[in-house]
Design a protein around this ligand. Structure first.
Ligand code: HMG
Ligand code: MG
Length: 298
């Protein structure tokens, strides 16, 4: 039996929560991950071993990982910025990590306090050690369709950083429209350019929805062969180093669109919508998923 047509990487518990100013209780994070992993989602990004001074909300990632019910067949990757983070991730028994670079120098400095080249040098031992320990590595590239500090970004730069991350051992590259400024033709052109360096089968689309373009952009990317999509339940989130950026495209909206297009996801949309309503209430945010709100109002 073949699997779903599209693999959805749920990033709500990490990307969705990392920007929340009030600390979300560990219990809530554990419940969120456990509920999400029961909906058929194949991957639930579970946290980040980053500096707690930089992102306080992720400081309890080890506790979260110790308490979730790991469901067979579901991946629980975490973000790792350096060897220190990898050591913590290995101690927590993770089997997948993600390193994160940017296609913009200014964003790299603001987000991880080093240049793009320095970040890649820093990731080399991280990816090597991870792979030596049987841990799969994903690579993120931020600001692929625009940067809050530099404006437009050359797709050639995105392709170059993506190719370097693959050389370092990243199995998959997730292309982040961090501030949601892309539009469909630009998103499609970006995928075509990056695919000159990295096979499209190894690319994922990670689109924030700040300008309401994410679903349209995803549709354009599907036409270019993208089959892995990152999204966040209830459209939670934002980036602490991209002022004004809103959350990722909502997982409910993505699942609704894909299933409507005849592209299977394996995800139970009603269960997912219920989780979106619950977590929005729990953290005191409006539910940013249009499909989720519509389904909950039925
Ligand atoms: P730094 O200040 O240059 O590094 O930060 P440092 O080595 O000087 O360390 C500073 C302090 O942090 C030290 O503590 C270290 O021990 C500690 P002190 O001595 O001052 O007490 N430290 C750590 N603690 C825990 N875990 C660690 C760790 N490393 C150092 N791993 C650093 C450099 C990379 C650490 C920092 O800038 C950082 O943590 N940045 C993370 C920023 C972040 O998490 N951003 C959000 C995720 S990326 C994103 O959202 C985009 C994405 O969604 C895609 C998209 O949308 O585009 C992925
Ligand atoms: Mg993001």
């Amino acid at each position: 039996m073949s699997g779903p047509a599209i693999r959805i990487v749920e990033v709500g518990p990490r990307d969705g929560l990392q920007n929340e100013a009030a600390l979300v209780p560990t219990d809530t994070k554990v419940a969120l991950i456990d509920r999400l992993s029961a909906t058929g989602l194949p991957v639930v990004e579970a946290g980040a071993f980053v500096s707690p001074k930089w992102v306080p909300q992720m400081a309890d990632t080890a506790d979260v990982l110790a308490r979730i019910q790991r469901r067979p067949g579901v991946g629980y990757p975490v973000l790792v910025p350096n060897e220190r983070g990898l050591t913590q991730a290995l101690a927590a028994g993770v089997t997948e990590i993600a390193v994160f670079a940017a296609a913009s120098e200014a964003f790299s400095q603001r987000n991880i306090n080093c240049s793009i080249a320095e970040s890649l040098d820093r990731f080399a031992p991280v990816t090597r050690l991870a792979r030596d320990n049987g841990v799969a590595v994903r690579g993120y590239v931020s600001c692929v369709l625009g940067c809050p500090y530099e404006g437009a970004i050359d797709p050639a730069k995105v392709a170059e950083v993506s190719a370097r991350l693959v050389e370092l051992g990243c199995a998959e590259i997730s292309l982040g429209d961090t501030i949601g400024v892309g539009t469909p033709a630009k998103a499609a052109a970006l995928i075509r350019r990056v695919a000159e360096e990295v096979p499209v089968s190894r690319l994922a689309a990670h689109f924030h929805d700040t300008y309401g373009q994410a679903l349209a952009n995803l549709l354009a990317c599907l036409d270019e062969g993208i089959r892995v999509i990152d999204s966040s339940v209830a459209g939670l989130g934002g980036c602490p180093y991209a002022k004004g950026a809103t959350g990722n495209v909502a997982t409910e909206d993505v699942v609704y669109m894909l299933e409507g297009q005849g592209l299977s996801t394996g995800v139970d949309l009603d269960a997912l919508s219920a989780i979106g309503g619950w977590i929005s209430d729990a953290i005191g945010r409006p539910n940013a998923s249009r499909a989720g709100r519509a389904l909950l109002a039925k």
